[in-house]
Design a protein around this ligand. Structure first.
Ligand SMILES: [Zn+2]
Ligand SMILES: [Zn+2]
Length: 150
């Protein structure tokens, strides 16, 4: 497990710290492609009480495949997406991994939603891939609690 990590939006108005984050994963779903305007999103799963954020945040809420809602927080000034809070998993957040000051501080442990990945993006065959996503909370937790060292 890493110590405290820092990150923020593109303009620097929103800054955050994370304590206790262990891993990051790539999500190739079409929502993450739209949200990042890129090939995939990088998510850092954390518990709410491990995350401290400060700055001018705005929230946009969207529905999810599973029929729930996700609150998506972004910098009011520059528009960078900073973190998501899914209402089906209270107390649990995913911070957008590309906003870390040093994105290499956390290892990637999985690729999810590879069924919709951009075909010319090559994936590490040694990492677990999900065509969609882990089925239930237990499977998610198992993935995120994985003990990793860089
Ligand atoms: Zn900003
Ligand atoms: Zn996604």
């Amino acid at each position: 497990m890493k110590g405290e990590l820092t990150g923020g939006c593109q303009c620097g108005a929103v800054r955050y710290t994370i304590s206790g984050a262990r891993v990051a994963y790539c999500c190739h779903c079409t929502e993450c492609q739209k949200q990042s305007a890129s090939a995939f999103g990088i998510s850092v799963p954390v518990f709410e009480n491990q995350f401290n954020v400060d700055g001018p945040l705005e929230c946009w809420t969207r529905s999810t495949d599973s029929g729930s809602m996700t609150d998506c927080y972004f910098c009011k000034r520059c528009g960078s997406r900073v973190y998501h809070a899914g209402r089906s998993r209270p107390g649990f957040l995913t911070v957008k991994g590309g906003s870390l000051d040093d994105p290499d501080e956390l290892p990637l442990v999985a690729h999810i939603w590879t069924a919709s990945r951009r075909r010319d993006v090559l994936l590490d065959p040694d990492l677990p891939h999900w065509e969609t996503q882990p089925r239930d909370n237990a499977e998610w937790i198992n993935l995120f609690q994985k003990d990793t060292t860089l």
